[in-house]
Design a binder for this molecule. Structure first.
Ligand code: HEC
Length: 211
C-alpha cells in the first residue's frame, strides 16, 4: 500500500515536471516570436518617425524663410513642391508610402483614405478634448499582409494662417494664386492650434518568422 502511493507520488511529480518544461518552452517560443515581431514594428516605426519629422521640419523651416523674405510665391512653392518632393523621394527610395492628408485638403491628392479619414476625425475630437498626442500607430492586417500605419498630426501655427487661415488673414496675392491653382480648395478657415492634417505613413512589415 505504501509502496504504491510512493510510486504514484513519483509519477505525479514527473508529470508536473514535464508540464512545467513544456510550458516553459512554449513561453520561450512565444517570447522569441514576440521579440521578432516587435523588432519588425520597431524598425518600421523608426522609419516612419524619421520621414514624418523630416517632412514637417523641413517644410516649416523653408516656409519661415520664404515668409521672412516676404515671398508668398516662394512659400506656396515650399508647401506644395518641397513637400511633394520629400514624399516622392521617400516613396521611390523605400517602396513605402508617405503623404500628407487632410479632411480639408487643398490638393485633391491629399484626400484621406477611409482609415486616414477616421483617424483625422478622431484627431479633431481629441484636439478639442486636449488629449491629442504627437503620433498614433498600429499594426493592421490587409489581405493577409501586415502593415504599420502611422499618423503624425500637423497643427496649424500662426504663420500657416497666411494661407490656411480665415479669408481676411490671407493676403490678396496669395488668394489669387490659390484660386487659380486649386479651384476646389478646402484648406482655409483654420485657426491657430487646429489640426491642419497629418503626415501618414504605411509600411509593409516583413512576414512573421522567429529568428
Ligand atoms: C504661402 C502659403 C502657405 C503657407 C504659409 C502654408 N501652406 Fe500649407 N499648403 C499651401 C499649398 C499651396 C498647399 C497645397 C500643396 C500641394 O499642392 O501639394 C498646402 C498644403 C498643405 C497640406 C497638405 C494637405 C492639403 O491641404 O493639400 C498641409 C498638411 C499643410 N499645407 C500644412 C501647412 C502648415 C502646418 C503650415 C504652417 C507651418 C502651412 N501649411 C503653411 C500653402 C501654404
Amino acid at each position: 500500500m505504501r509502496i504504491e502511493s510512493t510510486c504514484r507520488l513519483k509519477f505525479m511529480m514527473a508529470c508536473a515536471f514535464l508540464i512545467a518544461v513544456c510550458f516553459g518552452a512554449a513561453a520561450k517560443y512565444t517570447a522569441a516570436r514576440q521579440k521578432a515581431n516587435d523588432t519588425r514594428t520597431e524598425k518600421a516605426l523608426l522609419d516612419a518617425r524619421k520621414v514624418s519629422t523630416e517632412l514637417t521640419n523641413k517644410v516649416r523651416e523653408l516656409l519661415l524663410k520664404e515668409l521672412e523674405k516676404g515671398s508668398y510665391e516662394g512659400a506656396i512653392s515650399v508647401c506644395a513642391n518641397v513637400a511633394q518632393d520629400i514624399t516622392r523621394q521617400f516613396n521611390e527610395k523605400s517602396g513605402h508610402y508617405v503623404r500628407r492628408v487632410s479632411l480639408g485638403y487643398r490638393n485633391p491628392n491629399d484626400s484621406p483614405d477611409e482609415y486616414e479619414r477616421h483617424k483625422l476625425e478622431s484627431f479633431d475630437r481629441l484636439s478639442r478634448e486636449k488629449k491629442l498626442e504627437s503620433e498614433y500607430y498600429e499594426v493592421v492586417s490587409e489581405q493577409g499582409r501586415e502593415y504599420l500605419r502611422y499618423l503624425k498630426p500637423v497643427i496649424a501655427g500662426k504663420m500657416c494662417l497666411n494661407c490656411h487661415g480665415q479669408p481676411d488673414e490671407i493676403p490678396i496675392g496669395v488668394q489669387r494664386i490659390i484660386q487659380e491653382t486649386y479651384p476646389n480648395d478646402h484648406a482655409t478657415g483654420y485657426r491657430e492650434g487646429d489640426v491642419r492634417g497629418a503626415v501618414s505613413v504605411k509600411i509593409a512589415l516583413p512576414s512573421k518568422t522567429a529568428k
